[in-house]
Design a protein around this ligand. Structure first.
Ligand code: ADP
Ligand code: AMP
Length: 214
């Protein structure tokens, strides 16, 4: 399975990606996670990415395409992958097509997790992530068993630096102007499968499995 998961910021891509990658036994490639790891490790890539991420802007295409190209050449991607949060611009989508055609492979499907923008600021501002294993929670919609503690590994939960209200609003605007055109791009290629992301997490996953089985 070679898959993409797309959708507005906060739609639940990362949450569903965990289920999908476990179910299909494929690696989860999240450009957002790669940038956050680089920031944590204080690498040159992290320094570059941080300035854009803090504002809710996109990291430049040439930087983002470069890290994805390298990642897709790793051996664990040979039999499939799930790209989460990439591509986010038409230029990234065209670059991905080129990378895949050089490897003589094609995407199987593009999942669009559709959630109305009205509830997404609340989803982002209430998001909490485990600082050790990266598991995602929500202070209202997806609470851990013990407040502030990860169910999986017992580490502390933290709020992402870019999950403030003003950055969330900006990220939604960036989605509309730069990422939304990808839906028509993949619809034209016959790859787009839209699922309703405004339902409980396990219902969304059931719809994803159904969409991928067709
Ligand atoms: P994305 O990767 O698309 O930005 P996340 O998977 O991180 O989104 O989810 C954003 C927030 O919404 C998280 O706090 C997550 O726990 C919560 N969430 C995810 N899916 C759902 C859902 N189906 N219903 C309610 N809250 C959800
Ligand atoms: P995410 O974890 O997907 O919500 O991404 C968090 C932030 O990382 C975004 O707001 C961007 O600043 C940056 N980012 C992640 N993926 C990309 C991408 N494909 N292109 C450009 N910037 C990205």
């Amino acid at each position: 399975m070679r898959l993409l998961i797309t959708g507005r910021p906060g739609a639940g891509k990362g949450t569903q990606a965990v289920n999908i990658t476990k179910f299909y036994n494929i690696p989860h490639i999240s450009t957002g996670d790669m940038f956050r790891a680089a920031i944590k490790n204080q690498t040159a890539l992290g320094m570059t990415a941080k300035g854009y991420m803090d504002k809710g802007a996109l990291v430049p295409d040439e930087v983002t395409i470069g890290i994805v190209k390298e990642r897709l050449l790793e051996p664990d991607c040979k039999n499939g992958f799930l790209l989460d949060g990439f591509p986010r611009t038409i230029a990234q989508a065209e670059a991905l097509d080129k990378i895949l055609s050089e490897q003589n492979v094609k995407l199987d499907a593009v999942l669009d997790v559709n959630v109305a923008r009205e509830i997404l600021v609340r989803r982002m501002v209430g998001r909490r992530v485990c600082k050790t294993c990266g598991a995602t929670y929500h202070i209202e919609f997806n609470k851990p068993k013990t407040e502030g503690i990860c169910d999986n590994c017992g580490s502390a939960l933290i709020q992402r630096a870019d999950d403030t209200e003003s950055t969330a609003v900006n990220r939604l605007a960036v989605y509309d102007s730069q990422t939304a055109p990808l839906l028509a791009y993949y619809e034209k290629q016959g790859l787009l499968k839209t699922v309703n992301g405004d339902q409980p997490v396990d219902h969304v996953f059931a719809d994803i499995k159904l969409a991928l089985s067709k």
